[in-house]
Design a protein around this ligand. Sequence first.
Ligand code: TXE
Length: 492
Amino acid sequence: MGREPGLYIGGTWRHAANGATRDIINPADGTILTIVDEAQPTDATEAVAAARTAFDSSSWPQTPVNQRAALLDRIAELLVRDREEIARIETLDTGKTLRESYIDVDDVVAVFRYYARLATISSDRLVDTGDPTIVSRVISEPIGVCVLIAPWNYPLLQICWKIAPALAAGCTMVVKPSEVTPLSTVALVRLIDEAGVPAGVLNLIQGSGAAVGAALTDTADVDLISFTGGAATGVAVSRAAAPHITRVALELGGKNPHLVFADADWNSAIDAVITGVFLHSGQVCSAGTRLIVERSIADAFVAELKTRAEAIRFGDGLDPRSQTGPLVSTAHREKVESYVRLAISEGAVLVTGGQRPTDPQFGAGSYFPPTIFDHCDRSMRIVQEETFGPILTVERFTTERQAIDMGNDTSYGLAAGVRTADPARAERVARALRHGTVWINDFGIYTPAAEWGGFGRSGNGRELGPAGLAEYQETKHVWTNTSPQEVGWFAD
Ligand code: TXE
């Protein structure tokens, strides 16, 4: 039997036009998991055209909201049905542990159900003009054709945070997963097809950004690009979209501070700092990579973090004993290693980790151990740049004001944490931090009904919550005169 086609355009599964393919690697052992289609610019252009036709010429944008909500609920049901299989695919493709993959599937089920409910709640509003003969309504309509581009760290989760509200709003779309980790998105699109989403509403392109990026972003046929990925790519996408005045929503990662005051509950603080930075080997846009700790407890705190970090069991994500998996690829591990060399050259003090494991059990997998650098300061690139690996930097503060200034001294602004037993201080600090999410005595949690997104260079849009739906909507003012009279301006 031949290889299954991996592009979905206008309701039909097919191969790349020129037959190009790509090997998909298992980061746990370096083996080839499968071979997928590698789309070319012509495929991407066709996918955009299919989405354009479905938006302009089909009844999809006007489908009654109850029908769209039922489709979203159906997708959620199918995800529940195939939970085991999709989680396994995500683990094989990304390296993350199976436990994390289950959490991701459960999260996206909740997101589809949330937007199914939200879709049925009208946000239209009546405006009081003071004139009883006028009915002034502000209504929401689907924005049109959307290009949804996702990265490799949370492939299923991040694409669903875009697809669910886009379908709820009545948009049509072209979905492009990362070429490094496309497999869960392919499985998802098969479920969306099975759920009965009409042909052309959702199209799937697999391929590298270099090959298909321009066809998806430098075009007047697209109304919105929603992008999650690296900051440099976000800039390139914005540039490509600018001549067409295409709306662009960006989620570009972060360098997230975790502020720990001396009065914080010790055990939960240690636990949260460790989990916040080392979960998924640090390949998390909201990872708490900057520990900013009160000077009076810093030495003891770092000593305990070292012990805890060294006890973390990393290994194959399918092995239930593994607490975290490999990095997504050997290329990414090299990038992380270059940051380790940089930190040392900048004068940061290596507390633990920093070298790839030599134990033969890790074979050709792209593993890297939890790594901590102490005595860092804000002038260092290791403190300012996103490494996207299991690297924690430690800075010390003396006063609350200093802690806030340090937490805000970043070009990013995605998420931050503050740990203290003093509720008034927690509130003051949370208000002062310029980040899109602030956790007080918690870290890394999100929920479908609350907005997610960044200040500063972390991005310019919001996902989840009502604002996550509004990204996919246009606002229209409809003014009705119920008693038309001559205006008479030019009458005399
Ligand atoms: O992501 P890219 P990369 C950060 C992290 C990482 C760095 C680079 O620091 O080390 O970004 O990662 C598509 N037009 N994050 O290079 O390239 C690409 O195919 C259109 C943070 O892997 O930004 C993929 O689908 N699309 C992040 C997506 O963009 C283009 C998560 C993201 O890839 C394109 C991942 C182009 N010109 C990495 N070029 C987060 N915010 O969570 C590439 N793409």
